[in-house]
Design a protein around this ligand. Structure first.
Ligand code: ATP
Ligand code: MG
Length: 218
């Protein structure tokens, strides 16, 4: 069963929602809402464009292997994946947030770093965390988590967390404070390099549509 159109990989939630206006600018309207539908392959108004709904961190993998021609993934996810085989033509400036170091209120982060003590870091973003602390010359023990990072310092699993912060509401609700900014995060359009060559007539207009929508947005 070969599909001759193009396949765009998206995750549910904020990325899907913030991608809808970009799709509209490229003349693409999904026929179903993945939030209410259980379908993982979603059609569009165009017979030659379909969407697949995957976990945010799996988007680069589908595009890398050509199971999807295009995808939308956060810079956080791309940094952990490595970006091998992916063309990244556009910063879509959606799902914007910051990657931060956060600690329990009252924890002396600056003092601990200054003393040269080892720090236990819990995070889903192990590559970003490793790079960040290596750059500062801070020795760390990394603890890989898959979610709910805010809990780790509260129950003594770690001293600090590396996590994404937008409003800071979740940190605050859990008695945590952000102490260091690591990087600004937004989502990128990613394209399979072989697909771009083979299906340029279908893919390029999508890139151009997204590009003009990003450019004209306030
Ligand atoms: P999952 O929820 O499936 O475990 P996830 O948390 O990575 O995975 P989402 O919550 O849908 O998935 O986040 C998708 C992307 O949105 C992230 O990769 C990141 O780039 C961005 N993002 C994550 N948290 C925030 C936030 N608080 N504010 C804005 N953008 C965010
Ligand atoms: Mg999430």
């Amino acid at each position: 069963m070969t599909y001759t159109g193009i396949t765009l990989a998206l995750s549910k939630g904020r990325i899907f929602e913030e991608t809808l206006p970009l799709l509209a600018a490229a003349g693409i309207t999904p026929t179903e809402n993945p939030e209410s539908s259980r379908k993982l392959i979603i059609g569009t108004n165009r017979a030659d464009v379909r969407l697949i709904i995957v976990r945010a961190s799996d988007v680069p993998t589908y595009v890398q292997y050509g199971a999807a021609d295009l995808g939308i993934a956060g810079k956080d996810v791309l940094n952990e994946h490595g970006g091998n085989g992916l063309y990244q033509p556009l910063d879509l400036q959606i799902a914007c947030c910051r990657m931060m170091v956060a600690v329990r209120e009252g924890y002396d982060y600056a003092g601990t770093v200054k003393q040269g003590a080892r720090i236990r870091v819990a995070t889903k973003y192990v590559n970003a965390a490793r790079e960040h602390f290596a750059g500062k010359g801070v020795h760390i023990d990394l603890i890989k988590l898959y979610g709910s990072m805010e809990l780790a310092p509260l129950v003594g699993l770690s001293d600090v967390i590396v996590d994404l912060v937008s409003t800071g509401g979740t940190l605050k609700a859990n008695g945590l404070v952000a102490v260091e900014h690591i990087s600004d995060i937004s989502s990128r359009l990613i394209v399979n390099q072989a697909a771009l060559k083979l299906k340029r007539s279908l893919i390029q207009p999508v890139i151009d549509g997204f590009s003009s929508a990003v450019g004209t947005r306030g």
